[in-house]
Design a protein around this ligand. Structure first.
Ligand SMILES: Cc1ncc(COP(=O)(O)O)c(C=O)c1O
Length: 367
């Protein structure tokens, strides 16, 4: 018996999440962030607000002000919200809380389409749950009959659906997810609406009739990625269990105060920037479709998934490297499997997107 033998079995085969940081990057298009920094005047006002925070005190354990602002915005009861240090933490909390194997089975399982947001898999394995992965088709669309069969066969405790999906950008019909939630009331369905500002349709109105539905959101994609604030809304029976496991001070005071201030004073500005980004996504998609060696998947999120050449020929990884050397950072997904040959591009400011389009021909030629 060694220390290595003590590691949870599912974690042994995992590789730590790694974010490359090459020097000289002039266009950061790799992380599905909003590319715009706050105007100087707003940043200064926020600075004055944050100067009032008592750094010697623990944060509010219950982020009451934030809770009130978000509840108002979503049109839900303040008590129906759970806040996480990013929705990453909420995904982990869900996997930790709803991990009881069903009668007659040795382990619980978590269902999600594949490829999708990598944290579902990390959180499932980290908490000793078995992943049930439903392959997407070649167009990154989801076969709901396949999902239905898997739900019946595997009876997972949890099912995650990113609506729209990352890293593909595709939006599978949320109504079909709701229909499955109604057909499988013993599975907890999570509608992960991280990208709702860029497409998608919320399932919030379905919460009242679906006690097994959780709607999850994040502030990360609308200009507040550094704050690490995610939240979910669900029925009291779900919220109660998650609150038992949520660590008491999981949201820092500066982060809480900044989020409340931004939502109160800069919401319109942030939403305008999101709309601007949508226009940039469309401009970029049209331009990228002009390259014969690229396939551009349709997207309803602040990202564009492209396939370079034929998957497996190594061109995507070489293009990624050549772009990084030219100061343009995109996300490399080129590895064997359904994302072979794929890169993910987060639309940036018009100038960043122009730089990408200017450097891409040479990067492709170098691949
Ligand atoms: C689908 C999806 N859900 C959740 C998250 C995590 O967001 P957060 O920054 O709130 O942890 C991401 C981040 O990329 C995402 O793509």
């Amino acid at each position: 018996m060694t220390i290595a033998d003590l590691v949870t079995r599912g974690i042994r085969g995992l590789v730590a999440y790694h974010v490359p940081r090459p020097d000289g990057i002039r266009a950061k298009l790799d992380a599905n962030e909003l590319p715009y920094g706050l105007p100087a005047e707003a940043a200064a006002a926020l600075g004055r607000e944050l100067a009032e925070v008592a750094l010697n005190r623990y944060p509010e354990s219950d982020p009451v002000e934030l809770r009130a602002v978000v509840a108002d915005e979503l049109g839900v009861a303040p008590g129906s919200l759970v806040f996480g240090n990013g929705s990453d933490e909420l995904i982990a909390l869900l996997c930790a809380a709803f991990a009881e194997p069903r009668t007659g089975r040795s382990r619980a399982s978590v269902l999600y389409p594949d490829p999708t947001f990598v944290v579902y898999r990390i959180a499932a394995l980290g908490h000793g749950l078995d992943p049930v992965e439903i392959p997407l088709d070649d167009e990154m669309e989801l076969d709901f009959e396949l999902v239905d069969d898997a739900l019946t066969g595997a009876a997972p405790n949890l099912a995650f659906f990113a609506l729209p999906n990352n890293p593909t950008g595709t939006l599978w019909p949320p109504e079909q997810v709701a229909a499955l939630a109604a057909r499988h009331p013993d599975t907890l369905f999570v509608s992960d609406e991280a990208y709702i500002q860029y497409g998608g349709r919320t399932l919030v109105p379905r919460l009242a009739e679906l006690p097994n539905l959780v709607v999850m959101r994040t502030m990360s994609k609308i200009g507040m990625a550094s704050l690490r604030i995610g939240f979910l809304t669900a029925a009291p029976a779900i919220v109660r269990e998650l609150e038992k496991l949520r660590m008491p001070y999981n949201l820092g005071s500066l982060n809480q105060r900044a989020a409340v201030w931004l939502l109160r004073h800069q919401r319109a500005w942030l939403m305008d920037r999101c709309r601007e980004l949508l226009a940039e996504r469309e401009r970029l998609a049209v331009a990228l479709r002009g390259f014969p060696e690229l396939k551009v998947f349709p997207s309803e999120a602040n990202l564009l998934l492209i396939r370079v050449g034929r998957g497996g020929d190594g061109r995507a990884a070489a293009t990624w490297k050549a772009l990084a050397a030219r100061g343009v950072m995109v996300r490399n997904f080129d590895r064997p499997g359904p994302l072979a040959g794929c890169l993910r591009i987060t639309p940036g400011t018009p100038a960043e997107n122009d730089l990408l389009l200017a450097e891409l021909p040479a990067a492709l030629a170098a691949s």
